[in-house]
Design a protein. Sequence first.
Lengths: 218, 282
Amino acid sequence: MTCEQFRQILPEISELVPSSEQDEHLQSCDECSSLFSDLNFLTREAAFLQVDEEPSPRVWNSIEIVLREERLIREPKPAPAPAVSFWNWRPARVLLSAAAVVALAFGVALHQRNTAQRQVAVSNTPDPGPAIVTAPKRLAAALPVAPEDQQLLDAVGSRSPAMRAAYEANLEDVNAYIRDAEASAQQDPNDEDAQQYLMDAYQQRNVVYEMALDRSLP
Amino acid sequence: MQSRQRAAKLVLVVMVAGATLAAGEVRKEFRYTVGHHASVSIVNQYGPISVKPAPGLQVIVTAILASDKVEVDASQNGDRVDVVSHLLPDANEDNARVEYQVQVPVDASVSLHSSTGVLHAERLRGDVTLEGPSASVDVHDITDAHVHVKTMNGPVTLVNIRQGHVEIASVSGEVNLRQVSGSFVQVNSTSGKINYDGDFGGAGRYLLTSHTGDIEAIAPSYASIEVVARSEKGTVENDFPLQPEHTSFVVKAGSAFAGTVGKAASSVKLFSFSGKIHLKKR
């Protein structure tokens, strides 16, 4: 068995247990033996990736992209004649790509585990107090600011920066009022009280705009 | 004897000078003669405005300016008087503060605008309009007049408003109404709490609405009302025995109640999306 023949069948060696002929070549060829050892090592280490350390589907997608870029995943084509250069040697590229992929998967899994551990540590820290709880609650409920609202806030901010936060908070509350009122009105279009409620909500928005745009006041 | 009189005069002069002004303050007074149902408008960015009635047909405006960074522009056009605090370069909330004390004929219409000051009006019979983003509003003893209030987060207090037409819009300020009655009383709030303590009299329409603020209404046992209370996600409580009446919506226990008390002379609607509503019996 020649080196070329050995390397061609290397990816197909089942469970990395060489046949006698393959083993005989490995005994005589340092280069092929080294390659086989590396592949053995990578395969062994990859097995230690636990179920709970399995990377997310995004990782596998990334791997697929890498493999496609390396043309290791493609539609069946007649294989070109292998070139003499080592880097054009398909099995070598397979090994190197596999090594890169496994290393990538390892790194991602390790990162994810560390991130999960940090999140557990954060959730276990005592509640610092209502002041901090209140702010994230408002941020979590905030929706993207409408363009006209942004213009209003910019106008208030340029004229009276100290008031901007108050206007922003009130505008956010009023928009939530409108959303809830619209939902109620749509739920029962015949409910006159719900229609009145919706008008009241828009009136509140008008109040904010009036206060902000009244040029006689900051 | 003479030395005592001199000493007394000296003390009086010192007291008046000390009570009048702090260093840098300037006091100005404007007087205008107007006809009946005059219109008076005060616009003041920083500082309180207080309006009271005066005998006769005179408008008297007393302004105490904190510094020379602000000036008062006052003018009269017929029965319309306009007073504006004019901020000069380098003015800020402290040095541009003006305190207004205004006396007007009892039937004059008054309009007060301020950003952060206290807006106060009392014992008037003309329409009163009070507006300001963070202004505190305090109105009492108004009879047979319209009262309009708009604030963003300033608290509002109305006391003893009779035969009134009241419209209050405050986004997040707390609204307190005591002995407020009339043909129409409306309070619209987003997150502010609404407190009403009165008799819902005057055969009027009372509409208290909030998005997330609580609504607490206290009325006497002899109140004569047709009441509807609804809270989409909050709770409702009622201390009155209600005569049931037909409604256009489904009355869910704990989220709504509707009915009449006595002869149902006035209509009362209490709406809050997620606040708590409580109709209490005094």
